[in-house]
Design a binder for this molecule. Structure first.
Ligand SMILES: Cc1cc2nc3c(=O)[nH]c(=O)nc-3n(C[C@H](O)[C@H](O)[C@H](O)COP(=O)(O)O)c2cc1C
Ligand code: SF4
Length: 448
């Protein structure tokens, strides 16, 4: 039985487009059948008419939930919010748990330099909403909550305009303004907030997909993950697997940040490419940078040479002990000390603790002040050893991944910036350059 009523002519046209030009990476406005294919930002949000003309209708009323979940499992789609959890497994748990499930579109994108989810909402709102509707059909949910920020004006305007164009049928859709904190996008914090408590993570043994909002099974998915679902339902699992790698199929979105031509530019990686190729093509880099931060502010620093050769591939990165996380690729400015940049980020990340767990409440500010001492040239070798020991003791602690993420950032900085570390240990002082290439942080108002 067919899950979706395909428009045959459009499918054939898509297939021929894929054969003629299957780009290894792309930005919005190019041809093809992946997430960013279609009009650019200068055309504004894609209208429902244009969206349907380009991709074809979804026959939501005739979706077989089990069949859709089977297709999803076959596709191997992993979550794009950072955790990389298989979407099909989450759906199976929700569908098999007691109660009517709820679908949450996690559009909070709390990572300060990431723009991929905002870009999808702004340019492809109907793709995101198709994904949410399909998720609801797959688990037989009757409620969709879009968890987003009112402050992201363009994304919100597109979303609301798109909702006004659609008929969501039996499913109730509401938009909720999320708190502007880093951890508010973590799944258990999302559920807690939508349940009327604060946006506080919890280390529950029961997953939200089993017991979530109002004790109902709750599937929380990232905007990009849901958009992939909208394409998988149309083009199939094997089409999805034509991109990416067998262990982590499908295309993936990156946001470029830092010392790049256009901070905030979102690039879709379809075929095998290296970080260097992406930076050369879309960031305007003519030479290898000193260092690149991969995966987000709780990601991993890599020396420029190593990053340049590294493939943009989730599985390969995990083999290197790294994560592509939310897809952030941030280039360090030549005039900025990587340790000072790290200390700057760690201070902000420490301020984002939800204040529930000892290792996070006490460990992160201590790590931050130790880094400040180092940057100020007041640390000695023994202090660095203690800093590393403290970082190790914080790793894996707390109710959510926040402390572990901060530790990854610090440890990779100490390894990547060994020459800078030596000069600071000799008493030399430096700071983060305040140039055009700062790594952005939310203003106090936004993040409090
Ligand atoms: C501290 C922290 C912050 C997070 N913030 C976000 C966020 O802003 N947006 C998001 O989609 N996922 C975020 N996540 C990941 C979510 O917990 C969750 O994995 C994701 O929304 C699930 O969707 P996915 O399976 O489609 O990736 C965060 C995780 C952690 C540990
Ligand atoms: S580890 Fe930190 S951020 Fe996470 S729940 Fe505990 S206190 Fe909050």
């Amino acid at each position: 039985m067919t899950i979706v009523d395909f428009n045959q002519a459009r499918r054939e046209r898509d297939a021929s487009l894929r054969l003629v030009s299957a780009p290894r990476f792309m930005v919005a406005g190019e041809t093809g059948s992946r997430l960013l294919a279609g009009p650019t930002a200068s055309h504004g949000a894609e209208s429902l008419e244009h969206h349907l003309d380009r991709l074809g209708e979804l026959d939501l009323a005739n979706v077989d939930p089990r069949e859709l979940r089977d297709t999803l499992r076959e596709s191997g789609l992993l979550g794009r919010g950072g955790g990389g959890f298989p979407m099909a497994t989450k759906f199976d748990v929700a569908a098999e748990s007691p109660g009517t499930p709820i679908v949450v579109v996690n559009a909070s994108e709390g990572e300060p330099a990431s723009r991929k989810d905002q870009t999808l909402l702004e340019l492809r709102p109907h793709l995101v909403l198709d994904g949410a509707q399909l998720a609801a059909a797959a688990v037989e949910a009757n409620d969709i909550v879009i968890y987003t920020h009112r402050s992201r004006v363009a994304a919100n305007q597109s979303l609301r305009a798109a909702l006004a164009e659609r008929d969501e049928g039996e499913v109730r859709v509401r938009v909720v303004d999320a708190p502007e904190t880093y951890i508010a996008g973590e799944t258990s914090a999302v559920v807690s907030y939508l349940d009327g408590r604060g946006a506080l993570p919890s280390r529950g043994v029961i997953p939200a997909a089993r017991v979530g909002i109002g004790q109902r099974p709750t599937v929380v998915n990232n905007v990009e993950t849901l958009s992939h679902l909208a394409l998988i339902a149309r083009h199939g699992a094997s089409w999805f697997g034509e991109a990416g790698a067998p262990e982590a199929p499908g295309s993936t979105l990156l946001t470029l940040a830092g010392a790049v031509r256009e901070p905030g530019l979102v690039v879709e990686v379809v075929g095998p490419v290296t970080i260097g190729e992406v930076l050369e093509t879309y960031a305007g880099l003519r030479s290898v940078p000193r260092a690149v931060l991969v995966g987000g502010y709780e990601g991993t620093w890599m020396p420029g040479e190593a990053a340049w050769r590294t493939p943009v591939e989730r599985f390969r990165l995990s083999q290197l002990g790294m994560s592509l996380g939310c897809g952030l690729v941030a280039v360090l400015d030549e005039d900025t000390c990587g340790l000072a940049q790290t200390a700057h980020l760690v201070k902000w990340l420490a301020s984002q603790s939800a204040g529930q767990c000892g290792p996070c409440i006490f460990g992160l500010p201590t790590l931050s002040s130790e880094l400040d001492q180092l940057i100020a040239g007041r640390s000695r070798k023994g202090d660095v050893r203690r800093l590393r020991e403290l970082a190790t003791s914080v790793r894996g602690r707390g109710a959510c991944g926040h402390p572990t993420g901060v530790v990854s950032l610090i440890e990779s900085a100490l390894d990547t910036f060994a020459p800078e570390l030596k000069s600071h240990l000799r008493g030399e002082i430096c700071g983060v350059s305040r140039g055009a290439h700062d790594f952005p942080l939310p203003t106090t108002e936004e993040s409090s």
